[in-house]
Design a binder for this molecule. Structure first.
Ligand code: ATP
Ligand code: LTN
Length: 335
């Protein structure tokens, strides 16, 4: 039986592990906003995932609140969806433990993000870093999510989530809905302004590589001006022109047009004008988001209320799945 859209569950999260980039916005948060009316949405701040790499405790706490304010400033409506902090709902850790027992060490060792992060943080290859995908599977499966909107870098994590769900269902009987990744083609991978073959990342050491949602107009303009392109002056999207393609993707996302429309708009123009226009469009779009985030952060009581309410409704939904899991695996639940 096909459920109607409103009953479909959407789940996603971002880690409060640094300043968000326009990549996070275009690849993830922007799409969440468009979907909140159609689906039952759960949006989390994945602080438990964040501590798999070293975090400064006071900074983590501050970033968690900043991210909550940013979600709302970007258009996430806490009245329409459940917005909460992952560590406020203990069911995530509890389900992750059970799922660990149907996950193999070998498959975790093969995960691309784990290998990358283990190489980048060689001094701290902790169990949590390896277990990251299992916690992510727990996040998603707890809410019986149908769809998970993420950037393309998370595809592998979604595949393992599906494998874990199917394996558990086979072993213990139908328990979890098997979710699907929802990856929009345009903007699924915004790349570094300095190395357009690499993903734009909030943890890049080169500050010119990423445009942060918190950047002021001057920094935004400067970063786009310095963005790596190529030497022929044609503004078209193609595999041979990754730098120009990336800028077109960014422009189209913030302007709300297609890449083809953007190409037409810049036909015959030079890179200088093009970069200026991209910078201005991004700065204009971010200014109201930044102002709203600042306004929200000035009212900590309001944010605390939203997150408390979100955690309560998330915990209620999560507990239903967790009870079912505990029953299925044979944990004693009293009379
Ligand atoms: P880090 O650099 O710390 O690993 P990140 O910038 O990759 O972090 P995450 O918190 O891992 O950010 O990702 C949050 C969401 O943003 C995910 O859905 C991810 O797919 C998406 N995302 C991250 N970077 C990009 C990008 N460059 N282009 C499109 N989507 C992205
Ligand atoms: N690993 C994700 C963040 C994340 C997530 C999730 C995304 C944690 N739990 C559940 C979707 C669903 C990332 O974007 N790096």
């Amino acid at each position: 039986m096909e459920e109607n859209q409103q009953e479909k569950v959407l789940y996603s999260a971002v880690q409060p592990s640094g300043n968000l980039t326009i990549g996070n916005y275009i690849g993830a948060i922007r799409n969440w906003v468009n979907m909140q009316r159609e689906f039952t949405c759960f949006y989390a701040i994945a602080d438990m995932h964040a501590i798999t790499v070293r975090q400064e405790p006071a900074l983590l706490r501050r970033r968690t609140l900043e991210l909550a304010a940013l979600y709302i400033a970007c258009g996430i409506d806490p009245e329409q969806c459940t917005l909460y902090v992952q560590s406020n709902v203990s069911a995530h850790a509890e389900l992750a433990w059970v799922l660990n027992t149907v996950t193999y060490v070998g498959e975790m060792e093969r995960m691309t993000q784990y290998k990358d992060k283990a190489a980048r943080h060689a001094e701290n290859v902790n169990m949590g870093l390896m277990d990251y995908p299992v916690l992510m599977a727990a996040d998603i499966l707890l809410y019986q999510a149908n769809l998970v909107p993420v950037g393309v870098d998370q595809r592998q994590h979604l595949e393992i989530t599906r494998d874990i769900a199917i394996r558990f269902n086979n072993r213990y009987g139908e328990t979890f809905r098997v979710p699907e990744a929802y990856i929009l083609k345009e903007g699924a991978k915004i790349t570094s302004l300095q190395d357009p073959l690499r993903k734009m990342s909030k943890s890049d050491e080169n500050p010119n590589a990423s445009v942060y949602l918190a950047d002021d107009r001057d920094s935004i303009m400067r970063k786009f001006k310095r963005a790596v392109t190529d030497s022929d002056n044609r503004i078209v999207a193609s595999d041979e022109k990754p730098g120009v393609t990336n800028l077109l993707n960014i422009y189209a996302a913030f302007k709300g047009c297609t890449v083809a429309e953007a190409e037409r708009e810049f036909e015959g123009k030079g890179y200088g004008d093009f970069k200026l226009a991209v910078g201005e469009t991004v700065a204009d779009a971010l200014a109201p988001v930044q102002a709203e985030q600042k306004r929200l952060l000035a009212d900590k009581g309001y944010l605390a209320g939203i997150l408390k309410c979100g955690a309560e409704s998330a915990a209620y939904a999560a507990r239903k799945t967790l009870s079912k899991v505990y029953r299925k695996v044979g944990f004693y639940r009293g009379e």
